[in-house]
Design a binder for this molecule. Sequence first.
Ligand code: SF4
Length: 352
Amino acid sequence: MVAGEVEETLVELARVVIAGGAVAHMAGVTTSTAVTAPVVRRVALSVPERRGLAPLDRYARYLEKGVARLAGYVEATRGCLHTCRHCPVVPIYNGRFFAVPAELVMADIRQQVAAGAEHITFGDPDFLNGPGHAMKIVRQLHAEFPLVTFDFTTKVEHVLEHAALMPELAACGATFAVSAFEATSNLVLARLHKGHTVADMGAALKVLRQVGIAPQPTWMPFTPWTSLEDYLDLLLWIREQDLIAHVPGVQLSIRMLVPPDSALLAEAETAAWLGELDARNFTYRWAHADPRMDALHAEVTRLAELADDEDPYGAFAVIEAAAYFVAGRRPPPAMVPVGAVAPPRLSEHWFC
Ligand code: SF4
């Protein structure tokens, strides 16, 4: 396994493999017999070489108003300034992030637009960790390609902190923003060190919607601290905030991962829920104190796999019915979309 700032390590790894050398104990390379620290320092970067990769039409497309367009992908930064306890970025970067030089990002955008991309996904863990850097790139993107749209990922805290930047992001072509809302319980959000509250989530939705950037909240509904009542509250909140079309079924099935070196392992009360390491799947096992939650997770996962991507209301209704059934309660009447236009998104849903 190679993690962190991988480029120089990958080049060295290729050299060693081609020369028939031993890779165990190579700096930055973890094997089944030797664990080494990931490389977390600035490395020399160049414009990604995309010849030899599959053409853009083999990747996820950008969907807006019933039209599918080719989409490109770049990262303006790697790592993250924040240390949310459950996040798999944290064991590697532990609160650090590195900016990719703007001229390299733009050069990569140019080659993807030349290959047909009409939309760019900024795949940074958090695009607004470096707001000055982000704005420099989107201004240039818009100046060179005024018809190219983009999406980005950022945390609730940053939507609020940088609310003044949102009109310009929208004017430069931002059509949707992914944001890890995670939960509608302040207690769970505090456990995860998310840095936001449920009230902040409502405020962030307002900021994004005011400028026409469609919110795409992501969730982690299954944690050791999330009760069945919390799960029902989450569904209700999504209804009340008119977010059903913005939340694919898979997002309602996400279960907390605990990778090796997860910041969660430093928490005092892990003994109550933590199981053994499942090395093959690179996560610790854990079980909920309420077995109904693990059963509900299995059922929601099954329903999400069957869900029709074109019918988020239908998917939401069956998942809602399953959750209320487990709670022994009658679900509210299914929501029916009234003239709702599907929000812009990629053709493959993001989740981790
Ligand atoms: S969840 Fe998002 S904001 Fe938090 S550490 Fe991970 S990437 Fe950063």
